[in-house]
Ligand binder design. Structure first.
Ligand code: TRP
Ligand code: ZN
Length: 512
């Protein structure tokens, strides 16, 4: 749903200029027809990307998704067999056209579409037409270019769609599941595991298991019916909308995630989970944990101790950041691993164990990243800096290091001549998204900001940021504007130093 909350201030930093050039080219599938001229056709193609410079084909343009209903059947690998499974799904996608559309795209990777309809009218599969070629009638086609990392499903609806029109797209699809990798070679998406699947989509891996506009500028609500072999447990976002049902050796799990949700935060993990009885936060948020039955005793002990702190952590964060933003919470802890945890909305996924620090980190992301998402992937420091800083705050609350001590330790950890300072955390590039400075220089930025504007403005600004961009996304420039508004200060030089200068910031904020 409605994602871009305001116009972007065009502070041309880093790769943005380049970005616009790239997207200009991309959006122009119907582009032979000089966009913007009166002679151009009324109905045009929706853009193949949401406009993100880092992932130009992630997300799409020309429509706004309202809801995804994902009905999927999954067979995990047989015991001891290679790590491939089989997924067959029907995605029912409710969307609203935002312009007059001749065609529009969805993202889908490694899955083949078997049938597709728009408002009940079936489309025929065709081979991808040459640019400018005319295709008669309702049609769809897929482009899957692994080398170029382009995975697009194009839909040509007939009749064409008018701006403002609500439509339902039903896609039947399926394929072998693998262990997909992100741009830097980390596992993500529908990661097939020995006992099921770990499903973590950051940044654009959700397209490995359902057709989607895979970018956080188009949030939507979700519902799920996930059918797995009897004995397996499927855990998605939100709450169980009704009890699971078993017939003929298959169990269907029903989940409902009514909050606006970015695609990368969707999960439907499958495994030998123990689904624990729901309990709740002091404020009444239901907490549903799913813990793999096969964790090692040491990992289970660590996990149980950490999960037992979730209620206190929610209390602590609610005090500072405002009410928990979603319908439910809880953790999925898998004995398998993607080597990182992810803040999947309402229900983070952990590899092998959930440590207390990681639980504090993923919970903080529910406010910072999930409720308010980075409008562009270059804004990732707003996610990781905040999750790291919130964990510093939790440590302080626990009587461990104060936030100032954590800041000082971090500041002292790298000399001024270290290449650590080369990464521009405000524009880290696709391969820099999850580099250390994004996390701890990001946290340092927030602590320095707190000292710069004072505690009162810092927490007022934090609340304003979370309220203003709730269920949506914002940029670093939006963030700066909020803190300028609450503090009355010009923060251009501050954010230049912290987000873009390839140098160690001065010791100004290192208090004794
Ligand atoms: N966003 C995750 C976190 O910090 C981390 C993450 C996602 C990640 N994808 C990754 C880390 C790839 C390393 C590699 O909670
Ligand atoms: Zn994180």
């Amino acid at each position: 749903m409605g994602a871009v909350v305001n116009g972007r201030r065009m502070k041309l930093v880093g790769g943005l200029t380049v970005a616009l050039a790239v997207i200009g080219g991309l959006g122009a599938t119907g582009a032979a027809a000089a966009p913007g001229t009166a002679a151009g056709p009324r109905y045009t193609a929706g853009a193949q990307g949401a406009g993100d410079a880092y992932f130009p084909y992630a997300g799409n343009g020309g429509y706004d998704v309202q809801h995804y209903h994902l009905d999927v059947t999954y067979s995990p690998p047989a015991p001891g067999a290679p790590l491939t499974g089989r997924l067959d799904g029907t995605a029912t996608i409710d969307l609203v056209a935002t312009k007059d559309l001749d065609r529009f795209n969805l993202d889908l990777r490694g899955m083949e579409v078997g049938s597709l309809s728009v408002n009940g009218k079936p489309a025929s599969v065709v081979t991808p037409p040459a640019p400018g070629a005319v295709i008669e009638g309702a049609a769809y086609w897929q482009v899957q270019d692994d080398d170029a990392r382009v995975w697009e499903l194009t839909v040509q609806p007939r009749p064409k769609l008018k701006a403002g029109q609500h439509v339902q797209v039903v896609v039947e699809y399926g394929g072998a599941t693998t262990r997909p990798e992100d741009i830097e070679g980390a596992l993500y998406g529908w990661v097939t595991t020995a006992d099921g699947a770990m499903v973590v989509g950051e940044p654009e891996g959700s397209m490995t298991w359902y057709p989607v506009s895979d970018h956080q500028t188009d949030k939507a609500s979700y519902s799920f019916a996930i059918t797995v072999p009897e004995g397996k447990v499927a855990v998605a976002n939100g709450v169980q909308s009704k009890p699971e049902e078993t017939a003929d050796g298959w169990t269907t799990w029903y989940w409902d995630a009514p909050d606006q949700q970015a695609s990368y935060l969707t999960t439907a993990s499958v495994g030998d989970f123990e689904l624990r009885e729901a309990y709740s936060s002091s404020s009444g948020v239901p907490i549903i944990d799913a813990v793999d039955a096969d964790l090692t005793p040491a990992n289970l002990a660590t996990t149980n101790a950490s999960l037992a702190r979730q209620v206190e952590m929610i209390d602590f964060y609610e005090e500072h950041f405002g009410g928990y933003p979603f319908v439910a919470y809880g953790s999925i802890v898998d004995d398998d691993t993607v080597f990182y945890a992810l803040e999947t909305q309402t229900r983070p996924v952990y590899s092998r164990r959930a440590s207390e620090g990681t639980v504090a980190h993923e919970l903080a992301h529910q406010w910072f990243g999930d409720a308010v998402s980075p409008e562009r992937w270059q804004d990732i420091w707003l996610n990781e800096g905040w999750a790291t800083y919130a964990t510093w705050m939790w440590d302080e609350h626990e009587g461990d290091a104060t936030v100032q001590e954590s800041y000082n330790d971090w500041y002292a950890s790298e000399d001024a001549d270290s290449d650590y300072w080369d990464l521009q955390i405000g524009d880290p590039q696709p391969l820099g998204l999850f580099q250390d400075p994004v996390y701890d220089r990001g946290a340092g930025t927030l602590h320095a900001l707190r000292l710069e504007v004072g505690d009162e403005a810092f927490f007022a600004g934090t609340r304003l940021w979370l309220e203003r961009y709730d269920d949506a996304a914002g940029t670093a420039e939006d963030f700066q504007a909020v803190f300028e508004e609450v503090s009355g200060k010009d923060l251009d030089a501050f954010f230049q130093t912290w987000l873009y200068d390839q140098a160690k910031p001065p010791a100004t904020w290192t208090l004794p």
